[in-house]
Design a protein around this ligand. Sequence first.
Ligand SMILES: [Zn+2]
Length: 336
Amino acid sequence: MYFWHQPDFDKLRASRQGRHHALLLTGAPGIGKSAFARAWAGALLCERIDANGRACGHCSACTWFAQGNHPDFRTLIPEAIDPFHEPTGKGAKPARDIRIDQVRALAGFVSVGGHRGGSKVILVDPADSLNAASGNALLKTLEEPSGDTRFLLVSSRPDWLPATIRSRCAVVALRAPSTQQAVDWLVEEHGLSRTEATRLLAAAGGAPLRARDLAEPELGAAHRLVLEAIAKLPQASLIATAERLVGVESAQWVAILQTWVAELARVRSGAAPRFYPEQGARLETLARQTDLGRISELETRIRRLTRYAEHPLNPRLLCENALVDYCSLFETSGPR
Ligand SMILES: [Zn+2]
């Protein structure tokens, strides 16, 4: 768990909410929600929690947990992001959603008592990667929890979860660290200069884990390439721009486009850019060519797009359509 979440941890521990059988941990992406969930799970399983309610880190439960083989702990994680997933069939693509057979495989686990006589813990991360079938299957388990089974659901997009699942959970909103805390962390733990840390943190929308990723040369370069390509529109060729964007994952360029459009809205309403201050002049120029009404409509459409960006049927088409839509911001009204 990251140090900035210590107050959230203490508060949850002291509250009745903390004893709820299903917690839904929410908050912006890249602030460390998964680490918080694991720390909470570790504390539920630890057999000698310390005075602050944290796992001791030394007992046999803690040792198993750290090795990923505690008998009373299970995870529901999409194969595509599960570090322990071993591909089976040749050429089979790892799934990006949580599949129903993963949920069904929990049936035995949920129905028997814990091996160690304490809580059993199921981590669902990210919970918004449940699909309709697996969500439904999980709901049945949430509705009839047996024994001391505790669910930890993690999501940056809780509104994507079926209302039936959300309503079974106690929602815990985790805070992002302050800029100061995040910059200190990037400097001290990742060796960035203060200037670089501040710049990357802004580009990452204040999310320190994302900023850390952007500091990696490959990801940082991809981010810059996408940003620069988008910034050159609508003058640059749309086809050439799409060509560059489809080189990265759809979810990545959609996130950058979304942030860029949010910046346009800020600048259009007279505020200073927050994420891309180095593009301030360009944003000014573009913002003068459109209006807030059109920007806000586009923001709604892009938000919808983020859902499809995870599994695009045709990434190229998705990209071209999005760019045409974006460029329409700057069209002067009247007959085309
Ligand atoms: Zn322990």
